[in-house]
Design a protein around this ligand. Structure first.
Ligand code: PRP
Ligand code: ZN
Length: 295
């Protein structure tokens, strides 16, 4: 039987690439990059990795040059609104990394008090569709001016009055005398796939990969929590633990009134959580990371 390989597109370098490589690695897939650096191969599962510019990923997946891809929701949504494909790529699930926001930003000296201020003005952006959709929602008549890069210099060059650009740390805006004034779109990494059915061979590889990705995502925030507690505090502690299944309660050697509680918490465990547990009577609290988990 000839082996069918699933082709996955990820960003070559930029906001999404590290998280994408990390995710594949956490799934037990080591990507060996080819000499031309466009292709990477995976040994552990029949998967080929294509390294692309993020903006090209939705089209490559829609056009079936790749089966699946990891791309920012911002880029995916912009492409979807542009509507250049009869059968656009479809969303599989958000992946929880590369979070950023598409923000409207204005010169620092503006005292911005609402979208009305943009009436009749020009907004420079690499995301004209998302920007226009937002302007329309706000009921403002302004022009979105398409710029492929260096959007943040547009106001200084008098090409535009404001910008609509991706912000993660905010350093780029700050360095260019701009401040974020309104949120246009909230984004994170997204897994997408070609709209057509996969062949049975590819579907099997896809299913295997999905099982691993789901395992990684559920164990990412999950922690194994251990503590000692008075026997009569077990019910209150169990109730309190964030996103925990029924915990394991164990006898403690040489103690009849205290027990050990072990639980898997699927939600983040913060310092506050530990302090609250102490108040409920817990002591010797340990929080351990979970490397892998499969239901
Ligand atoms: C965005 C944006 C800024 C930078 C902002 O570019 O255009 O240049 O990120 O990040 P900061 O708030 O942390 O300073 P992006 O990485 O999306 O590049 P691309 O458009 O080339 O994909
Ligand atoms: Zn890009």
């Amino acid at each position: 039987m000839s082996e069918e390989r699933l082709r996955i597109a990820i960003q070559k370098s930029g906001r999404l690439s590290e998280g994408s490589f990390d995710l594949l690695k956490s799934c037990g897939l080591k990507v060996s990059r080819g000499k031309d650096k466009l292709y990477g191969r995976v040994r552990e599962l029949p998967i080929d990795v294509l390294l692309l510019r993020d903006d090209d990923i939705p089209s490559f997946v829609a056009d079936n040059a790749c089966d699946i891809g990891i791309v920012g929701q911002n880029v995916f949504e912009e492409e979807r609104l542009a509507g250049e494909h009869d059968a656009p790529a479809v969303e599989v699930m958000p992946l929880g990394f590369a979070r950023c926001k598409l923000m409207l930003a204005a010169p620092k000296e503006w005292s911005f008090d609402g979208a009305d201020m943009l009436e009749g003005r020009r907004v420079a952006t690499s995301y004209p569709e998302l920007t226009r959709a937002w302007l329309a929602r706000e009921g403002v008549n302004a022009r979105a001016v398409m710029m492929k890069g260096s959007v943040e210099v547009a106001p200084r060059l008098k090409i535009a009055d404001a910008v609509c650009d991706i912000v993660s740390t905010g350093a780029t805006l700050d360095a260019n005398g701009l401040k974020p004034v309104a949120e246009v779109f909230d984004s994170q990494a997204l897994l997408i796939r070609n709209a057509a059915d996969f062949t049975p061979g590819k579907q099997a590889v896809f299913d295997a990969l999905m099982k691993r990705i789901n395992g990684v995502l559920t164990s990412r925030d999950a922690k194994y929590v251990m503590m000692n507690a008075p026997r009569d505090a077990v019910a209150a502690i169990t109730e309190y633990l964030p996103g925990a299944d029924a915990p394991t309660v164990l006898e403690l050697a040489g103690s009849s009134d205290k027990v050990a509680i072990h639980a898997v918490c699927r939600e983040s465990v913060f310092w506050d959580t530990l302090e609250d547990l102490k108040k409920l009577g817990a002591s010797a609290i340990l929080v351990l990371p979970i490397e892998k988990m499969m239901a």
